[in-house]
Ligand binder design. Sequence first.
Ligand SMILES: [Ca+2]
Ligand SMILES: [Ca+2]
Ligand SMILES: [Ca+2]
Length: 267
Amino acid sequence: MLIPATSTSPLLIVRRHSLAAIAVITVVSALGFTSDAQANLVTNPSFETPESTHIYGHPGLPTTTGDWGGDLSAITLAENGIAPLDGVQMLRFDATGNSANPSLSTSEIWQTIDLSAYAAQIAQGNATMNASAYFNRVLGDGQTDTSFSVSLYAFAGTPDTFLAQLVAASYLGVVGNGIGTDGDPSTWERVDTTMLLPATTDFLAIRLNASENIFNDGSHPEFDGHYADMASAQVVPEPTTLLLLCAGTVGLMRRRRSIAWSLQSNA
Ligand SMILES: [Ca+2]
Ligand SMILES: [Ca+2]
Ligand SMILES: [Ca+2]
């Protein structure tokens, strides 16, 4: 049946756009990726809440989800000519263990993130975790270290198994990315890392790291003034999936538009 395009095309246009919008909303909702789903999953991401970030003992890792913990470190106000990037506090890396250690060269601060609320999306194999953090340091001297990194570790099971699983290296996957910071204390350098979450991922650990890449001190200070701020971890649809969804939606709209054109031509 031919439909008079001249009298109904405005409605058709509205309907076409509504259908496309509904299609996108339906697919995205089915995947569980609402705007809320892309919230920052890191607890105390900007270090604005005072907490101890140092867990004494070996291996000195947090046993509670949402709790920063690791090597000797502290949350501090502006100091050493460096102001927090966000808010009034930031994290300072102090040592590579419980104290300065000549056999260790990384100061690591960890937090575990429970992803059980995202189980359905992760099981589909198209959920990506995007993580980032900002780093800054003093200019220092010829022995001042420059390297920082952000890493993600994916695990199956409950978060309380984190310590045992990390020690046993039984994680499902790990990604990381590093940066060599400049000596300008007025600039913060951002590090990003991305992981396509393994389909059986139940929880994740994010690790912020300062490395003695220039000189491995065995006594304090191991770090002359090395800081982190504004950590973030967000679950998002895997980019390929989004592109396919967009391509499908555009294809749907084009197909409907060409139908409308042919109807107009035939009218
Ligand atoms: Ca802050
Ligand atoms: Ca050291
Ligand atoms: Ca800088």
